[in-house]
Design a protein around this ligand. Sequence first.
Ligand SMILES: C[S@@+](CC[C@H](N)C(=O)[O-])C[C@H]1O[C@@H](n2cnc3c(N)ncnc32)[C@H](O)[C@@H]1O
Length: 291
Amino acid sequence: MAQRADTRDLARANVAGRRKRFPPIMNDASLNDSEFARFQQMIFSTAGISMTSAKKTLVAGRLAKRLKHHGLGSYGEYFQLLSRSREEVQVAVDLLTTNETYFFREPKHFDFLRERILLPRPPGRPFRVWSAACSSGEEPYTLAMVLAEHLGEAAWEILGSDISTRVLETARTGLYPMERMRGLAPAALRAHCLKGVGSQEGCFMIDPALRRRVRFSQINLNESLPDVGEFDVIFLRNVMIYFQTETKRQVVSRLLTKLRTGGFFIVGHSESLNGLAQGLETVAPSIYRKP
Ligand SMILES: C[S@@+](CC[C@H](N)C(=O)[O-])C[C@H]1O[C@@H](n2cnc3c(N)ncnc32)[C@H](O)[C@@H]1O
């Protein structure tokens, strides 16, 4: 008798155990066309990002975890939550932006900076560079490495900005997993990076002396810009691909007000300012100068 009861208990426990290990999937919601259209409109009006219907699966996939997080049964309910919560809008923007970047990406731009901007430049006032849409910081830290090598202890500074608070958190820590070393020459690693130990094993960190030269700020390029002063060089790389022509025009014209006369404006290799900015000289493909 006792034996049979034990077996039944065990079977019940197993069933309960199985339920624990495989909880019912809360979020088997699918994103319908009208819901997708609302997210398209939200990301366009907030960030200026244009998403074609080819992005529907990507949007559903990236937002699914938020439905689960809030215990919501549909994307429509999640959209309603967005209309009530600015914090959640930021989370959604963080999830819907594409943040791919790496150290010394498109290296010809850094060669140009060394050979055509920094070498012939007479010393004088502080040299300022803005990495607008800097993602997790690899671009502004690359700029800092180049400036440190050429300008040393002279006055120079870098601003890195992005709309996404999530990537800016990483950028501020200056801590990266070892696999992100790709693109960093051994000399740059030795001069500007520290190997993580203890809890930071498997990571490397940008040297604090270099980090002090780089300031990060959340700036949405789709809105009027804060007072950030004027820059000698602005990098706006690999973000305009997400914008429509009119948004590109507005973003570029806002940024040009922050570029010094004689300053350089650099976009991604697959991008161009053709027809977007009057009065800029083309110096090389993807490199422009304000006369
Ligand atoms: C693909 S990453 C490019 C990073 C870096 N510039 C590079 O070329 O490696 C594009 C970045 O643009 C940012 N972004 C998108 N829309 C933006 C906006 N309206 N204002 C500021 N940043 C934006 C994204 O958050 C993302 O980090």
